[in-house]
Design a protein around this ligand. Structure first.
Ligand code: HEM
Length: 120
């Protein structure tokens, strides 16, 4: 395995752990409305690791690393929804305000991205 492949695979692992933080955090909070810190950090990590994965895949550009641009565009928009809902929910929580549906929007949109990643 080349050094680049190692870095890429490490990013895939971080990408999966970020997903675990968002979806696992959502499940852990269950019927609550508090956007806990791991959800926010996981949402940030998904954007950073996802964009880095695309960058490296474009640079390597062999049979193992192809980029489906339509799929990535959808994942990017959905990930921004996850992050926006998580950041807004956490900020409202810090101020003691009601977080409305922001927790479920963040968690639900993250699950949408898992489905897009796995099925598209
Ligand atoms: C909440 C946000 C996100 C979630 C839950 C998520 C989830 C996942 C999951 C579960 C996989 C593994 C699928 C597989 O191995 O086939 C994956 C792979 C991937 N994701 Fe995401 N993702 C998110 C955001 C993003 C973003 C924003 C980008 C890029 C802009 C991105 C780019 C990628 C790429 C390139 C892969 C392929 C890695 C590989 O080579 O296997 N993801 N994502």
């Amino acid at each position: 395995m080349s050094a680049m492949d190692f870095v890429y695979n490490l990013l895939v692992a971080l990408h999966l752990l970020g997903m675990a933080a968002v979806v696992g955090g959502w499940i852990a909070v269950r019927s609550g409305r508090t956007v806990i810190a791991p959800i926010v950090w996981g949402a940030r990590a998904q954007l950073v690791t996802g964009l880095a994965l695309v960058g490296i895949a474009e640079a390597i550009n062999d049979a193992d690393h192809t980029v489906n641009h339509a799929k990535i565009a959808v994942k990017l928009v959905v990930a921004i929804v996850v992050l926006a809902a998580a950041e807004m929910g956490a900020a409202r929580g810090r101020k003691g305000k009601d977080t409305g549906n922001l927790l479920d929007i963040a968690g639900g949109a993250a699950v949408v991205n898992v489905l897009v990643a796995a099925i598209w």
